[in-house]
Design a binder for this molecule. Structure first.
Ligand SMILES: Cc1ncc(COP(=O)(O)O)c(C=O)c1O
Length: 432
């Protein structure tokens, strides 16, 4: 083995040891989980459940963490988005603005209520919805905005809140990737009508699967509670059966809520460590001309679901970012990924296969009919590190820069890999 060869070509890795785990082993998680297990109350629908349930405790704690009045835990982030759309009366064939660059659940949740996801281009700086493009679509009659705070971003949230007011449309904030991000001291999720969260395994606050809706509007809260539990109310054990609204079972189980009650205790401590480490990483990367994405100057706190590194054109010769990410993964022993594929090119987004859209004009939904140049451009300019690396020590973080510089120095060797393995699937297709 050549001692200075790239790991992807059989050389030694820059970093051989491990990284802190993605899932935090919070002190009380096991204790709470066993309590839930032995209590015999695993569902919030159990008759022996009372006001001290893990689900109630978590709802209160989470609402406090994100500065919201009300929280309704759900089975997943996708369920939270669906509930938000239903509660806001989004109807079949209504057009809902979503970013062209996001996780596919944003689009599928809109389809799941029979509405039409309108894929709107993003801002190259913060990778979130473009304000100008959004306004154009509002002028054309879109009924709601689903703003995603992608990769920890606060987006231009105050401007979006004003825009939603101007056009009298509801604003849903998808905060799955930005729990704890604040703008001028105010948490994202409190600028619009409803905020949605995910506690999927990959997220900063995780229970395997899980999600939540938060709002500051009592009417919406009451409605979402009923919709979440087959028309029943569980936050008040004395008033369980209500039944004037159709709902679905989207309840978070006591087992998941117990895990979250443990995990949330260490969330803020870890967030501070990640924020400090992100500042250090930004500083050392910038000394060699590597930068992260644009951050809103009004941000007073940033969570880190992902750390985005912007890669300037030709920085690694003409090697695709898929290969760069794979090479870095092997150098660092840490997951490095390109950002999402835009929804107009994303194989996970297949609206034609979904029967509920039969009343709509398919050309309004067809992903190929949306033109998203900024989203496409961004996929060949950004890679991401997962949030657990930001819990490493300074030597771990230094390794990230060392790996990038090693790749840069040996970019020609890397391009041989690209050609030999014919792995440059995505980027060559876009021809920038
Ligand atoms: C931005 C965004 N929205 C929605 C979701 C959906 O959440 P879940 O996977 O919990 O259904 C995710 C999850 O990955 C996400 O990242």
């Amino acid at each position: 083995m050549k001692h200075n060869e790239l790991a992807i070509l059989g050389g030694p890795s820059v970093k051989t040891g491990g990284w802190p785990a993605t899932i935090i082993k919070a002190k009380n998680t096991e204790f709470f989980l066993l309590q839930a297990l032995h209590s015999g109350v695993w569902s919030i629908g159990s008759d022996s459940r009372d006001d001290t349930s893990f689900e109630r405790r978590f709802a209160k704690r989470f609402a406090g963490l994100v500065g919201a009045k009300y929280c309704i835990p759900t089975i997943s982030g996708t369920a939270a988005l669906k509930l938000a759309l239903l509660a806001l009366n989004i109807r079949p064939n209504d057009k809902v603005i979503i970013p062209g660059l996001t996780w596919v659940a944003c689009a599928t949740s809109v389809l799941s209520v029979g509405a039409i996801p309108v894929l709107v281009d993003i801002d190259r700086g913060d990778l979130c919805l473009s304000l100008e493009e959004t306004e154009k679509h509002l002028r054309n009659g879109c009924r709601a905005i689903m703003l995603v705070h992608l990769y920890n971003s606060s987006a231009q949230i105050s401007s979006f809140a004003s825009l939603a007011k101007k056009y009298h449309v509801p604003l849903i904030e998808d905060c799955a990737q930005s729990i704890g991000t604040k703008v001028n001291g105010k948490n994202v999720g409190n600028f619009g009508d409803i905020a949605c969260y995910s506690f999927h395994q990959s997220k900063e606050l995780a229970s395997g699967e899980g999600g939540a809706v938060t709002t500051n509007n009592k009417e919406l809260f009451d409605k979402i509670e009923l919709m979440r539990s087959d028309g029943m109310i569980y936050s008040n054990p004395d008033n369980k059966y209500y039944g004037n609204i159709i709902g679905h079972n989207m309840n978070l189980s006591e087992i998941h809520a117990a895990i979250l009650c443990g995990q949330i205790e260490e969330f803020e401590k870890n967030q501070t460590i990640k924020e400090d480490n992100a500042s250090y990483l930004k500083e050392i990367l910038s000394t060699e001309g590597f930068f992260t994405k644009k951050q809103n100057v009004a941000d007073s706190k940033t969570s880190y679901f992902k750390f985005v590194i912007r890669i300037e054109r030709n920085r690694f010769s003409s090697v695709s970012l898929d290969v760069v990410a794979k090479a870095l993964t092997l150098e660092l022993n840490a997951l490095v990924k390109p950002i999402y594929t835009p929804l107009n090119h994303n194989t996970l987004y297949q609206p034609k296969s979904y029967p509920r859209i039969c009343n709509a004009n398919y050309s309004d939904i067809d992903p190929a009919s949306f033109v998203l140049p900024n989203a496409v451009w961004s996929t060949i300019r950004n890679i991401t590190l997962h949030h657990n690396v930001l819990l490493g020590n300074k030597t771990d973080l230094d390794a990230i820069l060392i790996a990038l510089l090693k790749l840069e120095k040996k970019a020609d060797n890397l391009s041989k890999y690209t050609i030999e393995a014919e792995k440059a699937k995505r980027v060559t297709k876009f021809n920038f």
